[in-house]
Design a protein around this ligand. Sequence first.
Ligand SMILES: [Zn+2]
Length: 478
Amino acid sequence: MALEWVSGAVELRCPVCAHSEGQELLARVDVTWRDAGVEIARCSACGAIVLGAMLPPSMYTDADWDWYVEQIGGVEAIADTLAQTGMRRGARMLDVGCGYGFALDVARFLYEWEGIGLDPSIAAARGRRDLDLDIRPGTLDDAFDPDERFQVIFSSEVLEHIADPMEFLRAVHRRLAPDGIVVLTTPDARAVTPQTPWTILFPVLSVGLHEFLVDADGLERMLRDAGFHAKVWQIGFGLHAVGSLDPRALDAVTPGACAPRKDLASYAEMRCDEAAQGSALELGMAGRQLKWMVSSEDFARASAHLPKLRQALHDRYSIDLDDPKQIVGRPGVPPVLTPVFCNLGILRLWYEQDAPRAADCFEAAAWAGRAQWDVYGQYQDPETPAYEALARGHLASTLARVAPERVPAVLQELDEGMARGAGDEDVVAAAKARVNAEFALRRSRTRRILRRARSVAGGARRRLRRAIRGRPWSGRRA
Ligand SMILES: [Zn+2]
């Protein structure tokens, strides 16, 4: 997929405001499924970014969903979004376009919300089975009794796929309880510039899947036009919005709030224990459990969890958690190994104080990330390149302690990784600063040892001189 930034005018119908003529052409994307490519324009009436063509309905396979369940899922982002609502425990929730159903499942676990999902995909069939959720096909208008209302209507990364988003928002309005809130997330149109790195721009555009993108002002306007009071904020290149019928329902909303990672670790533990042996869900949750325990610095619990992770990894991929070197150099290894071995490396380094074993883990993690790029020629998800860069940075600073001669080659790989999208300048600079700190520490340690040796030697010389001066025979010899 190649994107070329261009200029000019084009006729393209805007899904938000229905304006068509004289749209500002921004870019053209070559795709395999359409000879003419896909045009990307900015609506001259409302400012939305409009994508000129869509793929036929999704052809995701079971294997795609395995990968989603194992590594992608966005459970953390979903949980944070739920935490930001400030909604009371036990609320009645509807998730529109719920997919596999992680949001319903997390909301049930963390907040005891009772949920129903709407989704026709095979992911929904799997979520119904694996997570024991009430997920229905159908629409907001026909899936329930006409009078049924919800306190939370959640719809994450769905709006941008809808050809008539204003009609969708009006349907949500009809289903919302008087004290309820609608919670939306969607990519931010501000990302659509030539300056945005491809690893961010690629998922934001999702050419062939997304109909349109708006910025924060555009989303707020859409919600108000559909009859809601609204609060919209940005997190990275994502927009978060909460809308309500009663303005007081927005008082509890806390932009930027996060779900405690230790609670997420408990959620992952429950899911891992209940999942089928050798399943994507079991390994995915075992890996997330390690991640959240490490990020909440609960290292003792993370260490106690390793036997379960070891078993899950073995059952699913016949890979030995204690032998990370076996995957280095192997093509096409599963990308989930990138976060798994990176977090394991952090545990080995900080908790077990075992730098050589930590270095092996970081090397395996960096390799697994790179292997994804080697297979596809681009990264398929944002987590893999982020963890690849993090692991390589930790590898460099760990090697500075145990094998300094290998550091220059790893730093060079860090720069090469950044050029293909693994890490940015901040990540690379932070890694290099840690390497320099390690080397400075080594030098100061060496200086300290030298100083101590010199002072010991000096003391010995002084004692020797005194001894020589004090002895009758020394004077005679001098
Ligand atoms: Zn428009």
